[in-house]
Design a protein around this ligand. Structure first.
Ligand SMILES: Nc1ncnc2c1ncn2[C@@H]1O[C@H](COP(=O)(O)OP(=O)(O)O)[C@@H](O)[C@H]1O
Ligand SMILES: [Mg+2]
Length: 243
């Protein structure tokens, strides 16, 4: 199924927002390989969203190298083809959804990939059904709740069948029942992903390793050691459950 080839590789990335001296990303390195299911837990403002936007080419690094599927990406034209293979779930669903109705929004991706209208509708409906929200297909987006929008946004990403998912706080605004569904869905996907979450139980349930971020850099789970235990576990300083 999966071999261990690199999907995304960030090398020595520095990034500051225009007009700011603060390096949000400061000589950051990150590698996402096929089959990886990585969680990211770090405080607000530590640069998690900026990191995902950098991978997508939405934030242009001041220095460093972005490689996706082994190709170095420098310019907007380099990022265009990879955007359909990397599914970014935006932190704010309103940044993701721009069509009037649910079905329009989920059909948009497959249509853009070249599917016929009928096939695109078919894919969209199947994706909505999988997420248990086919009954929303005719709903007007701006009338949905935050949690419902989140699921529609996720449907619009999954309908593209990306090779890797970048999920920016997917459980924000979801109730426990829907969170459980999301755990089940993520665990059933044959796709690599990197998921930002503040919820340890969720992150623990859907990932194999959890990273953090500090001073503009990634801390891998084997680097997170701010306190001592008599035993070894993968979650370092994060709250964790011992069974
Ligand atoms: N568009 C922007 N312009 C200027 N500064 C920004 C912008 N977006 C985020 N920042 C700043 O960059 C830092 C990292 O933000 P962000 O990547 O959103 O962090 P996180 O997702 O970890 O909460 C914060 O200090 C934030 O205020
Ligand atoms: Mg964020």
């Amino acid at each position: 199924m999966f071999n261990n080839s690199s999907i995304i590789k960030l090398e020595d990335i520095c990034f500051s927002y225009l007009g700011s001296d603060t390096k949000v990303l400061d000589h950051l390195n990150l590698e996402i390989n096929k089959g990886d299911r990585i969680g990211m837990m770090a405080p607000n403002g530590s640069g998690k969203t900026t990191l995902l936007h950098t991978i997508m080419g939405l934030c242009k690094p001041d220095s460093g190298t972005i490689k996706v599927f082994g190709k170095v990406l420098n310019y907007e034209k380099d990022f265009l083809p990879v955007r359909s293979k990397i599914g970014l779930l935006f932190q704010d669903s309103d940044d993701q959804l721009f069509c009037p109705t649910v079905l329009d929004d989920v059909v948009f991706g497959p249509l853009n990939l070249g599917f016929s209208k009928n096939d695109a509708i078919d894919i969209a409906r199947k994706t909505l059904e999988r997420l248990g929200i086919l009954n929303f297909e005719k709903s007007i987006i701006h009338k949905l709740s935050g949690g419902q929008k989140r699921l529609v946004a996720l449907a619009s990403v999954l309908a593209m069948e990306p090779e890797v998912l970048l999920l920016d706080e997917p459980t924000a605004g979801l109730d426990n029942k829907v969170k459980k569904k999301l755990v089940h869905i993520l665990n059933s996907l044959d796709v690599s992903y990197f998921v930002i979450s503040h919820e340890f139980d969720f992150a623990n349930a859907v990932t194999d390793k959890i990273y953090s971020m500090e001073n503009g850099r990634i801390l891998r789970d084997d680097e997170i050691h701010i306190h001592h235990h008599e035993h070894v576990h993968k979650h370092g300083k994060h709250p964790h459950i011992h069974k």
